[in-house]
Design a protein around this ligand. Structure first.
Ligand code: PMP
Length: 327
């Protein structure tokens, strides 16, 4: 019989789908790696299982333990699925700008959710980073994966996402683009692809209000670059260890509005019901493609998660109008 022993065995091997309509006027082929096809509906399942299995092997996570993480929701979903498979408890700290849908999904999978303020510095005791760290110190037999600095994150993409893209494109890929949050996706995939063909160009998608682009271009961590923005999952006010700036050739910043509008176009024009950062990734990738892609080039852009989590925002006309994103 063709069955899996647990839903977590369905992680990975996601489809690569050609973009046909939003790419008008662009030379070459643009293909989307559709990560909502993972069982937790996001790319983060891949690193969640890897962080847990590496911690088990290292003896850091023992039977009956509690997993505590600061997560924007998708990592939590992946960790929660793996925790169910392996019998662990989960507590997640989220910032209050995250959508209610994301928090409800985590609670539905039996996790405890702690909501923390968005507009405090990362080292403030109430930030979701600090609260996760404190709970880890207080709760016995708990494990704090710390997806930002845990290199199992990059390793998951080096071992799964990268080889999948290389095989699916039969080695014809010339450009690779992805949003950068923890950096695990872009760094792991870029490392694998550049080992196969060092000429492959890597484009990192950043947000306004994030430090990455400026840091890449000047080597300066400029606090003036940091301000509040709305896109979820990409851009940071810290430099996570998983962002390998040497592997990212260039960064493109995308506004909240441009990302949101492209997200809706992906749903209506491509049938890809994806999350906000997918719109940002495609918008940024196409900005680059317009200038640099030639006939015969193959660009792959990664779409991190599913649209259901954004029904109250990007897919809600009233909300879009209130933001001034549509007329
Ligand atoms: N988009 C979404 C919706 C995410 O949850 C994340 C993870 N933070 C990303 C993009 C960025 O992926 P990574 O953390 O691997 O850089």
């Amino acid at each position: 019989m063709a069955y899996l022993n647990h839903i977590t065995e369905a992680i990975g091997n996601t489809p690569l789908v050609k973009l046909n309509n939003v790419t008008e006027g662009i030379k070459g082929t643009v293909l989307a790696k559709v990560e909502y096809a993972n069982p937790g509906n996001s790319v983060k399942d891949r690193m969640a299982i890897r962080m847990i299995e590496d911690a088990e092997k290292a003896g850091i996570l023992k039977p009956g333990g509690t997993i505590i993480e600061g997560t924007s929701g998708n990592t939590g979903m992946g960790l929660a699925l793996v925790a169910i498979a392996k019998g662990y408890k989960c507590i997640f700290t989220l910032s209050d700008k995250q959508s209610k849908e994301k928090m409800d999904v985590l609670r539905a999978l039996g996790a405890e959710v702690v909501v923390c303020p968005t507009n405090v510095a990362p080292d403030h005791p109430d930030s979701y980073y600090s609260v996760a760290k404190r709970l880890n110190e207080e709760i016995p037999n708990s494990f704090y994966p710390n997806q930002y600095d845990n290199m199992s994150n990059t390793a998951a993409h080096y071992e799964t996402t990268g080889p999948e893209i290389w095989e699916q494109t039969e080695g014809k890929i010339t450009h690779w683009a992805a949003g950068v949050g923890t950096g695990g996706t872009i760094s792991g995939v870029s490392k694998y692809l550049k080992e196969q063909n060092p000429n492959i160009v890597t484009v990192g998608i950043d947000t306004y209000g994030s430090v990455f682009k400026k840091y890449k271009e000047t080597g300066i961590f400029d606090e003036n670059e940091i301000y509040a923005y709305a896109t979820e999952g990409i851009g940071e006010d810290i430099l996570p260890k998983n962002v390998d700036f040497d592997l990212i050739d260039t960064f493109i910043k995308v506004t909240d509005k441009d990302g949101a509008v492209m997200t809706r176009r992906l749903a209506r024009e491509e049938g890809l019901f994806v999350g906000w950062s997918s719109g940002s990734a495609v918008y940024g990738a196409l900005e680059y493609a317009k200038e640099h892609l030639k006939e015969g080039d193959v660009m792959v852009v990664l779409l991190p998660d599913h649209g259901t989590r954004y029904l109250g925002k990007v897919y809600n006309d009233d909300w879009m109008r209130q933001q001034g994103y549509i007329d």
